[in-house]
Design a protein around this ligand. Structure first.
Ligand code: SF4
Length: 473
């Protein structure tokens, strides 16, 4: 039997087996940001440790940065303190920092691929759950905690348990108005939020092969929401075309060598998997969450579940979610009024997301009373979108176009829900209080569905709002 990409990359980066049975794994790329690194650097100082391989760590600022103004000092003293600490730590240890003055700042999972740091066949670690995003390039990318950030800074390695591998085949063609976000929400809904525990997810099949790199990033981004420790797509010509010419990608002869290495990193045709799941692309509907985890999802045509109509083992969690979300059991999700709409986050804040949404909102208006935010994932996305006039399209439609950052995905910055506002969001988590208000309500969906909600003032079927009847080839 051949090997999967996961096992090839794992074996190539394995330093040794530790006495506790874990593997000490070399980390080829370490990405850091302002929230989970200060304590890690503090521990290094306490232990009088250095960063022996600073050229493999790159930093950006994303979680705390305001998106309405970049004026310093930030109004939030803690945010200012984190920003200052990150800069000082990067200078002290010789780490490259993409701050706002670089023109390359952005969400850590947007800037890695954008700079060509994220490459096939490598291990990547970052102190953020959604590091799985980078798996879109055929990397094995893990989110890690603060003490592990310290470990990677000090040793460039990580101790980890080996995972099983589940191959998820998505075959066929997605329907009109169905996007990569719907695919991953559908997968999580089907397999459950804990279905991937102990697994790496390998996504494949003709529908995944047909996706752009940005779409693949959307899918891999939410692997962690399905319980998988990481998710990846085997690298192919789409991957290589995206990477060619990016700043940190090898050039000249080194490019040809890298290509050969990257091609060899992919799963063998006869690779063995611990589990295989088949999904038909034409079974994937426009999908959105109704509850308080990403698996509590339905199609836009469905009704909010009832406690009594649900399987006994799910009744307690469904009752809890219904109470928190203040949705009427058994009522259609379509038509639920929205207060806020958010297009952004490391799941869906890339240029192709904005191009697609702008093509639908051009000439339309956000419904009265709805606060509608559009937040680019990076300064480079912002610049590219502005160059195409997309920011103006959004502004003219009544959306606010903001500066790059995590914004309302986690609301560790001034972009927060108020009270029990309901937000149609293109982000990745709908946990209680996720968007900054302890009673704020989040409904996850694709960016085009978010835009449809903004225009309609309520949760709506984007295919109806925008007349999407066919899918471009
Ligand atoms: S956008 Fe959200 S999920 Fe992504 S890195 Fe920022 S806070 Fe984390």
């Amino acid at each position: 039997m051949g090997k999967s990409l996961f096992h090839k990359v794992w074996d190539a980066h394995s330093v040794r087996t530790l006495p506790n049975g874990q593997t000490q794994l070399f980390v080829a790329l370490h990405l850091i940001h302002e929230v989970t690194s200060p304590q890690a650097f503090g521990m290094l100082r306490q232990l009088d440790l250095s960063v022996p391989v600073p050229e493999r760590t790159f930093a950006t600022v994303d979680h705390i940065i305001p998106t309405d103004t970049r004026q310093r000092p930030f109004q939030d003293a803690l945010a200012e303190e984190m920003m200052v600490a990150l800069k000082e730590n990067c200078e002290r240890y010789g780490i490259t920092l993409f701050d706002t003055s670089s023109g390359k700042q952005g969400i850590v999972h947007v800037i890695g691929p954008e700079q060509g740091l994220t490459q096939p066949g490598i291990t990547i670690a970052c102190g953020d759950s959604h590091t799985s995003t980078h798996g879109a390039f055929g990397a094995i990318a893990f989110g890690i905690g603060t003490s592990q950030v310290r470990d990677v800074l000090a040793t460039q390695t990580l101790s980890m348990d080996k995972l099983k591998v589940r191959r998820i085949n998505v075959e066929g063609r997605l329907g009109p108005g169905v996007y990569a976000k719907d695919v991953i929400l559908h997968i999580i809904r089907t397999l459950g939020v804990n279905g991937g525990v102990g697994y790496a997810y390998e996504y494949g099949g003709s529908a995944i092969a047909a996706m752009s790199m940005e779409e693949r990033m959307t899918v891999c981004n939410m692997s962690i929401e399905g319980g998988a420790r990481c998710g990846y797509v085997n690298p192919d010509d789409t991957t290589f075309a995206y990477l060619r010419g990016r700043p940190y990608v090898p050039k000249g002869d080194a490019w040809e060598e890298a290509l050969a290495r990257w091609r060899a990193a992919g799963s063998d045709a006869d690779a063995a998997y611990d589990d295989v799941v088949d999904i038909r692309a034409d079974d994937v509907p426009p999908t959105l969450t109704w509850g308080i985890n990403p698996g509590q999802a339905i199609s836009i045509d469905q009704r909010v579940p009832t406690v009594e109509g649900s399987p006994p083992e799910q009744r307690a969690s469904i009752a809890e979610a219904l109470e928190y979300m203040k949705l009427e059991p058994g009522a259609p999700i379509k038509g639920t009024p929205v207060d806020v709409t958010f297009i952004g986050s490391c799941t869906n804040a890339r240029l192709s997301d904005f191009r697609e949404v702008a093509s639908h909102v051009r000439g339309r208006r956000v419904a009265p009373g709805v606060k509608a935010l559009v937040v680019p994932g990076s300064q480079l996305v912002d610049q590219a979108a502005r160059a195409e006039g997309l920011d103006e399209v959004f502004r003219q439609a009544g959306f606010e176009w903001r500066e790059a950052g995590c914004s309302m995905c986690l609301a560790m910055n001034p972009d927060k829900l108020i009270g029990d506002q309901l937000c149609a969001s293109s982000s990745n988590r709908n946990f209680k209080g996720r968007q900054g208000s302890p009673s704020g309500r989040t409904v996850l969906m694709s960016p085009v569905m978010v835009a449809a909600a903004a225009i309609a003032g309520r949760i709506a079927d984007a295919r109806e709002v925008f007349g999407i009847a066919s899918r471009p080839d």
